[in-house]
Design a protein around this ligand. Structure first.
Ligand code: NAG
Length: 535
C-alpha cells in the first residue's frame, strides 16, 4: 500500500516537473487524477485489461511510428493522428523511421505472433515512454486505435485550450472479437439518407468496432442505387419515399464513395436488393417485372408484403443479373443480400424457385448470398447465409442446412422499435426495446450452435425517421450495446458494468453532435476528467 502511494507520488511529481519544464511561461497545470487503466470506460469491453501504476504522457513531444513494410499501417497511424488532433488539438507526426530526437513514441507494429492470428486481434502495451500497438494486420491495428482513442478523454473546449499533457494510464490490453461479423443495417429505401449522413453513421459505428454496414437499397417505396442498364429504376423508382417526399438515390459514384469511406475504416458494405417481395418501386419503373402483369402506382405508405416479381419469367432473371452484376462490380466485400423477406403474395414454390435461381446469379458474380431468414426454406447451398429476424423455425432450418446465421432478432436487435410508449419515433410490432433490454441478451442464447453463428446485426428500418437526427435518436445509444454483444466475450458482458461505461460515452457523443436518446436508465456523465492547478 505505502509502496503504491509512493510510486504514485513520484509519478505525479515527475509529471509536474515535466509540465513545468515544457511550459515555462504558462501557468502549469497537471492532470489529476490518472484513472487506472481498468477503470476507463471502454466499449466494447476488451478481452483482457491489466493495469499498472504509471502513465504515458501524450503531449507535443509525442510521435507515431508505423511498421515500414506492412501495408496499411501508415494509413492507420495517420488516421489516429487525425482523430487525436480533432480531440485534443495535438499535432502528432506520423513516421516510418525512428529518430532519437523524439521523447515519447506510439509504435503501431506489424507482428506475426500466434495470439494475433485473428485478423482483427491487437495488443496494446502502455508504458511510461511508449505505447506499443501490435497487430497482425492493418485491420487489427485499426481496431486497436479505436481503443486508444477511447483512452484519451473527451473534454470541454475550455479545458482543451489550457491542457497540454494527456496521461494515458499504463498497462496492457489483449483483445480480439468474439464474432467476425458485427453489423448494422440502414434502410435508405423507406427514407433516403445522403452520402454525408451515411458517412457520419459509418464514423460512429467504426469507433465502436462495428465492421459491416448493410445498406437496404430497395423496397416498395424506393429504389436508391443507379443501375446504368436500367435507368428508370432511379428516374421513376427513386422519385419518392414514405410520406410522399421526393426520395433520392445514390449515383454509382456516390455508392463507390460510401464503399471507399467504409473501407478506410475497415468496414465492409453489404448491398441489399430486396426481392421477390418489397419490389413495388422496381415494378413501377419496369412493369414487366410485376407478378400480376399490371403497372403499379408508386407507393408512399408503410404496408409490407403486397408486391412480387414474376418469378417464372426469364427476362426477370436477366434484369436481376444486370442489377447484381453492376452492384457487385462496385462492391469489394464478399456478400450480396437478396432480401427474400415477407414475400406474402409469391406462391411458395415460386419463392423457392426464385431464391435458388437468384443464388446462382449471386454466385456467378463472385458473391456469397445473404437473405432474411425465409430463404432457409429454399433448397439453398450451405454457403448462403440466413439473417434471422423473426422465425425461430426458419433459423432452425438454416442450421439443419448447415448455413451460417446472422443473429438479428427483431424483439431485441431492431433499432426501429420504440424505446417505450412515450417515444414518438419508431414502431412497436416486435415490442418496446429500452436500452437495458437491447443489451441484456446474448446471441448465443437462442440454441443456434456457436459454429453456425456468423455474428450479429442491428437493423434500422426507416419508415418513421426522415433525417440524421432521427436516425441517431433510434440508433444511439442502443447500437453501442450491440457492438459489445458482438465483440466482447460473454464473461465480459454485464449490464451493471456496461451502463456505467455507456454513461461515460456522453462527452464523445456530444462532441460528435449525436442526437442520442437520453435514457433515464443511464447516468450520463459529463467529462470525468478534472484538473488541479499547482500553486
Ligand atoms: C419487417 C420488414 C421490414 C420493415 C420492418 C419494420 C424485415 C426483414 N422486414 O416487417 O420491411 O421495415 O419490419 O420494423 O424486417
Amino acid at each position: 500500500m505505502i509502496k503504491t502511494v509512493l510510486i504514485r507520488c513520484i509519478f505525479f511529481l515527475s509529471i509536474g516537473i515535466l509540465v513545468l519544464a515544457c511550459q515555462e511561461n504558462q501557468k502549469p497545470r497537471i492532470p489529476m487524477p490518472v484513472t487506472n487503466l481498468s477503470d476507463i470506460s471502454l466499449i466494447p469491453k476488451p478481452t483482457k485489461t491489466i493495469a499498472t501504476n504509471s502513465a504515458f504522457a501524450l503531449d507535443q513531444f509525442t510521435a507515431i511510428y508505423t511498421s515500414k513494410s506492412a501495408t496499411g499501417f501508415d494509413k492507420v497511424g495517420k488516421f489516429l493522428a487525425e482523430k487525436l488532433k480533432a480531440k485534443i488539438n495535438l499535432d502528432i507526426p506520423v513516421n516510418q523511421e525512428t529518430t532519437n530526437t523524439i521523447d515519447r513514441v506510439i509504435y503501431i507494429n506489424q507482428s506475426d505472433s500466434i495470439v494475433l492470428e485473428t485478423p482483427e486481434a491487437y495488443q496494446l502495451y502502455i508504458n511510461q515512454d511508449s505505447i506499443i500497438l501490435n497487430a497482425n494486420t492493418a485491420e487489427g491495428a485499426f481496431r486497436g486505435i479505436q481503443t486508444l482513442r477511447q483512452l484519451v478523454p473527451d473534454v470541454s473546449t475550455d479545458t482543451l485550450a489550457e491542457q497540454k499533457i494527456w496521461p494515458v494510464p499504463s498497462g496492457k490490453i489483449i483483445d480480439s472479437p468474439n464474432f467476425g461479423y458485427r453489423g448494422a443495417m440502414l434502410d435508405v429505401a423507406r427514407h433516403f439518407f445522403s452520402v454525408e449522413d451515411v458517412k457520419k453513421y459509418i464514423d460512429l459505428l467504426s469507433y465502436y468496432k462495428i465492421n459491416m454496414l448493410h445498406l437496404h437499397l430497395s423496397d416498395d417505396q424506393g429504389w436508391r442505387i443507379e443501375i446504368k442498364s436500367w435507368p428508370k429504376l432511379t428516374e421513376i423508382g427513386g422519385s419518392t419515399e414514405v410520406g410522399g417526399e421526393s426520395g433520392g438515390f445514390y449515383t454509382q459514384e456516390d455508392y463507390k464513395e460510401i464503399v471507399r469511406y467504409a473501407q478506410e475504416r475497415y468496414m465492409t458494405v453489404i448491398p441489399e436488393i430486396d426481392m421477390p417481395g418489397h419490389t413495388n418501386s422496381a415494378s413501377a419503373s419496369y412493369p414487366f417485372l410485376n407478378g400480376n402483369g399490371k403497372t403499379p402506382e408508386l407507393y408512399e405508405g408503410m404496408r409490407v408484403g403486397f408486391s412480387t416479381f414474376d418469378t417464372r419469367k426469364d427476362t426477370v432473371y436477366s434484369f436481376i443479373d444486370d442489377v447484381v452484376r453492376e452492384i457487385s462490380e462496385m462492391t469489394p466485400g464478399p456478400y450480396f443480400h437478396m432480401g427474400g423477406d415477407e414475400s406474402h403474395v409469391t406462391k411458395k414454390n415460386d419463392y423457392i424457385y426464385f431464391v435458388n435461381r437468384v443464388e446462382k446469379i449471386v454466385q456467378k458474380h463472385g458473391k456469397r448470398m445473404i437473405g432474411w431468414d425465409e430463404i432457409a426454406n429454399a433448397d439453398i447451398d450451405s454457403n448462403a447465409i440466413a439473417q434471422w429476424w423473426a422465425s425461430e423455425e426458419n433459423a432452425k432450418k438454416a442450421v439443419e442446412k448447415n448455413m451460417k446465421v446472422i443473429v438479428s432478432p427483431a424483439k431485441k436487435a431492431y433499432l426501429d422499435m420504440q424505446y417505450d410508449t412515450l417515444t414518438k419515433l419508431g414502431l412497436h410490432w416486435a415490442g418496446y426495446i429500452p436500452v437495458d433490454t437491447a443489451y441484456q441478451w446474448t446471441p448465443e442464447e437462442y440454441g443456434i450452435p456457436m459454429e453456425n453463428i456468423l455474428g450479429t446485426e442491428a437493423p434500422l428500418w426507416s419508415e418513421t425517421i426522415t433525417n440524421i437526427e432521427e436516425l441517431e435518436y433510434l440508433a444511439f445509444p442502443r447500437v453501442i450495446g450491440y457492438s459489445e454483444l458482438a465483440w466482447s466475450i460473454p464473461e465480459n458482458r454485464n449490464w451493471e458494468d456496461y451502463k456505467v461505461r455507456l454513461g461515460d460515452q456522453a462527452p464523445f457523443l456530444e462532441r460528435m453532435n449525436v442526437n442520442y436518446y437520453p435514457s433515464k436508465l443511464i447516468d450520463w456523465k459529463k467529462s470525468k476528467f478534472t484538473y488541479e492547478t499547482i500553486e
